[in-house]
Design a protein around this ligand. Structure first.
Ligand code: COA
Length: 133
């Protein structure tokens, strides 16, 4: 699993308990997963269909640097299934896991459309010869 995105937990991200608000984290995950699906399927019209049980494993506090990891576990006909983990960048302690997030590839008519993808594409393979981070 690649942990591409880092976030710095700021005062506006906290709940009244002084720890990271779950809603902020879910927003970050949904956006990160959507970007992952868009890149993998090569289509901007991708929507969240299903998110499985979310396990808030441990709390995060103001000032923590956290990182979001996503990887594809299954390519369907019109869907892609992802799994997600969020952890503390410094201690590597797990903060949240989502076993299954399903995104659906849409056509211009807004209906599910086959994406034709069967495996993870890596940036280095998409832009051979370029140096891409
Ligand atoms: C996404 C949407 C167009 C799919 O419509 P649908 O009639 O359920 O489509 P289908 O039954 O053809 O299913 C499409 C794919 O989703 C999968 N799917 C449908 N329901 C699912 C569920 N509950 N869990 C997991 N996968 C599911 C199907 O297996 C299919 O995948 P496949 O083609 O790879 O086999 C429709 O449900 C929708 O518009 N939902 C709202 C999306 C949204 O607003 N998201 C939040 C903002 S991004």
């Amino acid at each position: 699993m690649n942990f591409h995105t880092r976030k710095w937990v700021k005062p506006e991200d906290l709940n009244p308990n002084g720890t990271l608000f779950g809603g902020s984290l879910l927003r970050w995950i949904d956006e990160e997963a959507a970007i992952y699906a868009i890149v993998q399927l090569g289509n901007q019209r991708v929507v969240t269909k299903y998110i499985s049980e979310i396990n808030f494993v441990s709390a995060s506090r103001q000032g923590d640097i956290i990182e979001l990891g996503i990887t594809a576990t299954e390519f369907g006909r019109t869907s892609i299934t992802l799994t997600c983990e969020v952890r503390n960048k410094i201690t590597r302690k797990s903060i949240l896991t989502v076993e299954k997030m399903v995104f659906v590839n849409l056509g211009e008519d807004g209906l599910p459309a086959p994406h034709g993808r069967t495996e993870i594409k890596y940036v280095k393979d998409q832009f051979k010869g370029d140096i891409v981070e």
